[in-house]
Design a protein around this ligand. Sequence first.
Ligand code: ADP
Ligand code: MG
Length: 393
Amino acid sequence: MKLDVNVLRYLSKDDFRVLTAVEMGMRNHEIVPCELIDRIARLKHGGTYKVLKNLLKHKLVHHDSSKYDGFRLTYLGYDFLAIKTLVNRGIFNGVGRQIGVGKESDIFEVVKEDGTVLAMKLHRLGRVSFRAVKSKRDYLRHRSSYNWLYLSRLAALKEFAFMKALEEHGFPVPQAVDCNRHCVIMSLVPGYPLVQVRELQNPDVVFETIIAAVIRLAEHGLIHCDFNEFNIMIDDDEKVTIIDFPQMVSVSHPNAQMYFDRDVECIYKFFAKRYNMSFEENENDSDGLEVEIDEVGRPQFSEINKNSGFLDKELAASGFTRKDQDELEKLIEGELEKQSDSDDEGTADEEDINNTNVKQLESLDLSKEDVNHQAGDDKHDDNHQVGDEHDPE
Ligand code: ADP
Ligand code: MG
């Protein structure tokens, strides 16, 4: 399966209406019963069923008749909903090549009308851990339901909120442009991940910059938690940009010390190995790569001034609440592994969902500017067949 955005050209208003109906149904159903989709979409003369067939053909939905006849979105379907929304907002109008495959994300270039290239990160939280997550599901027991859409959306929302807050505080991070569903749009960082950079002119400067950043993050109340050579980008001038924020935690987290030390250790280890840096006190080396950064030892978490107000005030204001943070942290740590998998699926009141969904659907402006002329920008035609669709199941 490819992320073939050409398909967007052939999708009609009704196609998107039904796709949106499936998405809404998934708030409370892993598999959305056909009748519910039909009730939400409200197409005339059994139109929903015809449309579902078309969506199935393009692999935007998955059919499941094991318990009852129903559908769920595929990642591709979810991608298209996000892409369509962002295109309608004028954020970009063409999807280009895939530039990254993370553990739980796919990253593509996207192009604005004026030719500016941005980065689009599609979160795939279910890709690796969906099955595991399923078995830990009651970490969200207070919600009527959740699934990979919800988790991926939460991860994107968090990443966007953190990126924006960090940028505002002068951290070297990509510029956060927009966010919809599981999709984050940010500036394209020039250069390559540190792990891919063969040589550095000034490894000691880069090292010091990186360590200074991790310390400053902690002073602002945050720990990256995945701070390593894969999530640090280096450009031609050896400028450092930090990426990948969904797993960040507050310094007030019970395991903060461990996460901080682990982040620091990753960097020390990498520079020791790749750039032969020795962090023993007062050592010197003939190749000139020696630094004396460690005269006072590794940065000590206990000595870093904590300022946990940062997270609560600014990140809550940007839409990512403390509660969201707590939930995601629990998921990431797998704290609830031991908890049992109580079967609470699809228990919400259908009538209630139906009413809310229809109201929300009606407020969606699906008739807006058609994505047809936009996502299929001719200049980027060669790039349309990009990447695999990773269906979580
Ligand atoms: P994951 O959370 O899956 O690890 P990342 O955010 O680390 O995803 O992105 C994976 C890869 O995609 C990165 O290692 C990098 O090569 C590339 N990438 C991510 N964001 C950008 C960006 N804004 N600009 C350029 N490349 C990026
Ligand atoms: Mg990463």
